[in-house]
Design a protein around this ligand. Sequence first.
Ligand code: PMP
Length: 338
Amino acid sequence: MKYAKNILETIGNTPLVQLNSVTKEVDALVLAKVETFNPGNSIKDRMALKMIEDAEADGRLQPGGTIIEGTSGNTGMGLALAAIVKGYKCIFVISDKQSKEKMDILRAVGAEVIVCPTNVEPEDPRSYYSVSKRLGAETPNSWYVNQYDNPSNALTHYEQTGPEIWEQTDGKITHLVVGVGTGGTISGTAKYLKEQNPNIKIWGIDTYGSVFKKYHETGIFDENEVYPYITEGIGEDILPKNVDFSLIDGFTKVTDKDAAVYTRKIAKEEGIFVGNSAGSAIKGLLQLKENFTKEDVVVVVFHDHGSRYVGKMFNDDWMRDRGFLEEDIKTAAGLIKN
Ligand code: PMP
């Protein structure tokens, strides 16, 4: 018989799928690492399990303990699955811009969810950084995960995601395109791939309202770069320790509208139902297309599943309210012509 002893054994070894439509204007072979095949439907299952295992190993997490984290949802899902199998409690602090689906999903897997305002400074006591840190200090037998600075996060991708991509492409990968949030995915995967072949180019996808691109280019943390944005999962108003800027060759920024429009295109044209950071990654890849030739093998990471965004970019009213619907733009152009 072939079976997994529990759900955690099904994490990883996700497929690499050729994109045939959304990137057809790019000369290279473009392959998507589709992380929705993980049991919690996102790449974060990988690092959630490893962060827990590493904390168990050195005693930071004790039997029956409470796991506390500030999470935009996907890390929470991964932590919750591992907590169920291993017998821990979870408290997650989430910002109010995250989709309701994400909050409901976390509650469905037994976590307590605390919602904090998005548009306050990280140092503000109401911010989700501050609240999660405070809960970590106040709750007995608890462990504050801190995925931003926890080295097990990037290490996961050094041990798993990088080797998987290297093997799946027979070492032929030439470029990696990845949305950057905590930086764990890009830094760990890039470190492994660059060790195999230092010529592999690593591109980070950033969003307007985030500090990464400017910081990478100038070394300056520019507060003027920080303003509210809609895209979930990528971009930051802090510099997480997990972003290793020395491994990243360049960043490109993608607008909220483009992220939403391209997320819908991926679903409609490829039949791959993924979240909005995948739309950002594809639009970013198209913005970078001058860098690719037809011999190149470009791997792009699709971090999470589209089901978490059915009330957002997959909802026409939500799109129309923000002026994001392509049809409306065509109508406006038509009206101008008339
Ligand atoms: N996309 C989504 C949907 C995410 O949840 C995350 C995690 N914040 C990312 C991209 C970025 O991944 P990382 O944190 O490893 O940089």
